[in-house]
Design a protein around this ligand. Sequence first.
Ligand code: ADP
Ligand code: MG
Length: 641
Amino acid sequence: MITLQHIKKSYKLGSNELQVLKDINLEIQPGTLTYLVGESGSGKSTLLNIIGGIDTYDSGTYYFENEDISTYSEKDLTYFRREKVGFVFQNFNLISHLSSIENVELSMVLNDAADSKKRALELLKLVGMDSYANHLPNQLSGGQKQRVAIARALANNPDVILADEPTGALDSENSIQVMEILRNIADQGKTVIVVTHSTELLHYGDVVIRIKDGEIINEHVSNNATNHLSLADKKLKNRRKKIGYRMSFKLAYRNIKSKRWRNFITAFAAAIGIIGILIISALSNGINDKINSILNHDVQLESLNVSNQNNSPLTANDLKKVNTINGIKDTLSYNAYTVNIITQNNKRATASGEGFLPQKYEKVYKKDYVKYGEYPKANANEIVIPERLAKELFKSPKKAIGKNVTLTSQIMSLNELYPTITKKVTISGILQNESIKFLDTVGISYNLSNNLAKASDGFEGNSLMFIIIPKSDANLDHMKKAVSKAGYSVKTDQENNGEITNYVSLASIALGSLSAISLIVSSIMIGIVLYIGVVERTKEIGILKAIGAYRKDIRRIFICEGFVIGLFGGIIGSVVSWGLCLSLNWIIINVFEKVKFDLFQMNIYQTISIILLSGILGLIASFIPANMAAKQVVLDSLRYE
Ligand code: ADP
Ligand code: MG
């Protein structure tokens, strides 16, 4: 039973106060069809909205099934709307991107009904609309829309159906149909309150209440309203169920689909940032991979590179000190030079040079770098020169092999300038270009290198670096600590390589940050598009709230939308990036003969992470619009045109 006592409501318009409802006292029995009639502006809608819990009043009390509604919080009121009342509006207020059955289902989904689809279809059948279940609202006539709206109002099996001029937009034939349906509903025990300003159909009602200027002036009870079913008092208990994620995503998806171009463009904007980041990552993957494959190619044994902390040359004393450390198989000296090669025809070329380890330790400079000829024998005065240099000096690389040349060398040191030493040497082989750490280096046989160092004044028996070969890989860490403890600077090959790859990573982080900025910009764009969506969908938000959606539910719908758009952008970006990388690799390999590897290497984990990141950014971007939507006032939203 609905009981209103001394309900008053007024609006302040400037300094004037407009009394919309003046002391309304009213009792409405369960299972009756009550009409509220009166002229336009008399306060009918206001009264109905107060009964339905979507409008407030200034004073008085409102009992619904013996509960005082005025004590209800916003959440309780939402639950009350969802469980106890069903609204039917003059302009139908169906959600335009959902089909008939989905509009009906929506109310039920708010309540987590398991068999919502089946029930929705039954309700559509009840109003004779089951054959239009899959039609969208704009594919239906006004009367049909109103019948779907009535089915929706019934969805949660409410005690009260409130209809505000349900026939106001219908012709007389459809009006009769709608009134008959409402009459039936009342006959089945529900309380039906209908606002109307038309007087022709009043004979359907049990009670007719006349309102004028905010006051009840007449209450007419017809004969057939004597004995009605009394509904069992369902105690209001707030269960606070939310719209499930399935429905949130469905609503988000439907809406995204209905604005597909706008959302596609937004997602594409997000994709551009993603593409930037993925392509840069792919490039850095490719380069790092190449560096590692060059540096660690066929590594047979790990080794330690030992030098003085101030880069001064190591002496025979240092050699003794280092060799006391356990686990050493061999300690080799290493020097780097700048070299000058003079042919017998007096042609000259300058390059960098390095002492090559004896061939048994070819892990450092490998046999397969020697393209033609032989690796320089440790105890012979032999050198290997890069292909480029051989071409320069002898026209063809193969002609260089076995040639005697004059080698002028100078030790390369950061600390001191060393004298140049001249030696007659033989070219034993040709190195493939850029075989060593991207440099074209002349390789000098091990003993020759040591002799050159010895011959440098003040450099006797010294070397810039020792290369320690351990007896086994397992000793490496222990040895490294020992060498470091002895006061030397020590690095493994891996650490040396790491430095180079670090630079590549740094560069890609710098480039990646630029793309990250575009990712942020596109997230803001998602936020703006959602904001526009919130404004456009004010009415839909009002409908959702009127049928009992909590703030949380509304928020979730928009957050889902942001997430989906972001995710979509991520997926578009990833697909485009993969395509770009594959084509770029193909082009590079086919156009540049020298490159024989994939420069752009996409990584599946990076791709998945970035898709998720994009979704999360979309989700974050949706927070503000989602909150705005959640806070909208029901009645204002419903009135919004
Ligand atoms: P009815 O449904 O009987 O036509 P309403 O209940 O909609 O009447 O409105 C009653 C009166 O309250 C009208 O004079 C209307 O102008 C006024 N009114 C309704 N809503 C507002 C509002 N938000 N601000 C100011 N006046 C309002
Ligand atoms: Mg009205």
